[in-house]
Design a protein around this ligand. Structure first.
Ligand code: UDP
Ligand code: MG
Length: 329
């Protein structure tokens, strides 16, 4: 079903220690917002919402400066660094009551902002979710490309439904955001959660650029951690695999026991120290691995039962303006 009403758009941008990048990209975002408005795709009152994720540099000061200079810039600050996923969620939940659609995007200029036109068009055509998907990774170095693509394959093979090569660049309608707000989990992996929310969705393809400045916050170690979090937050397949593997090993050991009993009766018992030691080492390794995986899940349950807040907003540019007696348009 086509939509006639122009939506109010909030572009949600997480920022962590991005003082080098923000001055470069903020203008680009504003230009895009103007273009979209001029093309009659979005309504006035649309905003660019920066989420400061507890940066240790001048990022928040830059955001406040931008908000002062132009009312189309807005910002919220998390009380401390909580990570990319929490920052995006905080921004989305803040925007939910103020707009019709959100587009989340990184602040480093890597994702092509021109894909936003296609995203809004798809929304006007009736889609509720539009995924931004990287069509090529030519600008990524071989190692980053290989590890990033393995990341999506690993997630899918472990039972987490994710869109291949889609990160957190996506359009969400308010209807989807309202449903997302009902997902109360503390361990957040948006890429796996949005497909669970459902609704009509489509993808828009774009080429990914290099970072305009600064450095990636996702080295291999963090990417692995994100994959493990994603899998253990959204799928129980690893536990099932442990059960299956346990059954297999149990059956093999049963055969082994029968064999050794037969050997004893035949009088062939020899001091088999080497084989005993290697079996013990192998099995204890497997057991520790299995315990570790189960422990990971118990840890997740522990965190979920605490029901701690998923984000804490300490400041907003809206409040700063009120305090200084400036009018919000
Ligand atoms: N980011 C964040 N909190 C963090 C780490 C990163 O809000 O703890 C933001 C960061 O400012 C950027 C986005 O998340 O806008 C993606 O980070 P980055 O560009 O470093 O990741 P990459 O694109 O290399 O995967
Ligand atoms: Mg980046």
């Amino acid at each position: 079903m086509k939509r006639d009403k122009k939506p109010v758009l909030y572009i949600v941008i997480p920022c962590y220690n991005e003082e080098k990048v923000l001055p470069l990209t903020s203008g680009i975002f504003l230009k895009k917002l103007e273009e979209l408005e001029a093309a009659g795709k979005i309504a006035g009152g649309s905003r660019i919402l920066f989420v400061n994720d507890g940066s240790k540099d001048a990022t928040w000061e830059i955001i406040c400066g931008l908000a002062k200079s132009d009312s189309r810039f807005a910002g919220i600050a998390q009380s401390r660094n909580r990570g990319h996923q929490n920052a995006v969620l905080a921004g989305l939940m803040f925007a939910r009551e103020r707009c019709d659609i959100t587009i989340s995007i990184d602040c480093d200029g890597q994702d092509d902002i021109n894909a936003m036109d296609g995203m809004v068009d798809a929304y006007l055509d009736g889609c509720e979710v539009v995924y931004g998907v990287r069509s090529s990774r030519e600008t990524d170095r071989f190692f980053k490309r290989f590890t990033a693509e393995s990341f999506y394959r690993l997630l899918n093979s472990m039972g987490v439904e994710v869109v291949f090569n889609h990160a957190d660049y996506r359009l969400l309608s308010c209807r989807v955001l309202d449903e997302l707000a009902r997902f109360q989990e503390v361990n957040i992996f948006l890429r796996g959660m949005i497909p669970l929310v459902g609704f009509k969705s489509t993808s828009v393809y774009y080429a990914r650029h290099e970072r305009l400045a600064g450095e990636s916050h996702y080295p291999l170690k963090k990417m692995l951690a994100l994959a493990i979090d994603g899998i253990t937050s959204l799928s129980v397949k690893p536990i099932r695999m442990i059960t299956g593997f346990g059954l297999l090993v149990a059956m093999l050991s049963f055969l082994g026991v029968m064999w050794s009993v037969v050997q004893v009766f035949l009088g062939h018992t020899v001091p088999g120290w080497g084989s005993t030691v290697s079996i013990i080492c192998f099995l204890s390794g497997i057991q520790l691995l299995a315990l570790g995986i189960i422990g990971e899940y118990i840890g997740k349950i522990y965190l979920e039962t605490k029901r701690r807040p998923r984000y804490i907003i300490s400041e907003t540019t809206e409040n700063l303006k009120k305090m200084q007696g400036m009018d919000e348009k």
